[in-house]
Design a protein around this ligand. Structure first.
Ligand SMILES: [Zn+2]
Length: 66
């Protein structure tokens, strides 16, 4: 399973309205938004930065509790 390029991680942002930074979870090979907790899969080293492909956080895709 290809891991995510760390330089790429620096320039990525969540497509949610906050455009927040992402945390990489190497065990799951997923990116998690720091604001909305939406989860983006990394496939073959390519992060799938689409809300339509993402897994929802606790408040739903692209949504925060505030
Ligand atoms: Zn987000």
């Amino acid at each position: 399973m290809a891991k995510l390029n760390q330089a790429l991680l620096q320039i990525l942002a969540c497509p949610c309205e906050h455009h927040a930074s992402l945390n990489y979870q190497p065990d799951q090979n997923e990116l998690v938004c720091q604001r909305c907790a939406t989860v983006f899969e990394v496939r073959d080293g390519i992060p799938i930065m689409l809300l339509s492909e993402a897994k929802p956080g606790p408040n739903g895709i692209g949504k925060t509790s505030d």
